[in-house]
Design a protein around this ligand. Sequence first.
Ligand code: NDP
Length: 322
Amino acid sequence: MSIRAIVAQHPGGPEVLEFVEVGDPKPGPGEILVQTTGVGVNFIETYQRSGLYQVPFPFTPGAEGSGRVLELGEGASGFEPGDLIATAEARASYADRFVVEAAKAVRVPEGIATDVAAAIPLQGLTAHYLATSAATPEPGETALVHAGAGGVGLLLTQILVTRGVRVITTVSTPEKRELSLAAGAAEVLDYEGFAERARELTGGEGVAVAYDGVGKTTFDGSLDALRVRGELVLFGGASGPVPPFDLQRLNAGGALSVTRPSLAYFLLTPEERAWRYGELFAGIAEGEINIRIGARFPLAEAAAAHEALEGRRTTGKVILEP
Ligand code: NDP
């Protein structure tokens, strides 16, 4: 039997993403086969598609998705056929069916719709580890979050605010400004002059933590916005990779720190994964975390989804629907 999937034969622009028939994936030992109900689109897939991050081609993108369990591979446990699962750690989820290690999937709690389930794991777990582990701003401290109306940005803002942190964000349009304010941002800034403005808004001191997923165009300003012993968490490069920089800048800025984390290193054990999912789902159930799906595309139109994401035309989560 065959299924349909997005395949890129070689690196390139969004147009390399073709919707084609491929062989039906089979679950290996410890894995489950899932009938896709939703695919989460994430910025990393644009880096992989363009060749910025090295992946083997032909390549089917996708780490995030939701769906119904169809089949369990040898030794896989914890699920039954028909269960609705979600994951941030699948292989090739831009497809009608995908495979994931059973240990890296989670059963979706009652009350969460099948498509919303695909919008939660990757950006949700990322926002959770950024707020609780990569840096730990204290209640009353101020954090700067770039791209405040983006997928990670909206969730990170909400999680920080529930933890008592004052959040300042940057966004590029008035619509994004409104979304960021609704997520709980105390102040929403333009990118132009954001470092000076963040400093003014903290009485000249600077912010305790700057969360920067924009990268190339914001990195310098993020360093300038930090208080003494402030921390810069560089977690992505939506505007491009950050060039090498002089470590003396950390000294001159007042014993600053920079870290460059990624999600895989914050899901190291089953317990850590369960803790993060547990807090995320609880926050959603209690209404503290609102999942915004800003755009939906048919799976076949993954190229249009990438164009919109890279073109800064999206807010919140971007979903593909099989
Ligand atoms: P977003 O929904 O945040 O989309 C990216 C946003 O970045 C845009 O909407 C735009 O918002 C802003 N941006 C600023 N400059 C540019 C530019 N030149 N080109 C495109 N976008 C720009 O995406 P995600 O939430 O999926 O990801 C956000 C970041 O987090 C990415 O860098 C991603 O790689 C990273 N990430 C890192 C993870 C990790 O563990 N390290 C895990 C998940 C994501 P605006 O128009 O308001 O400026």
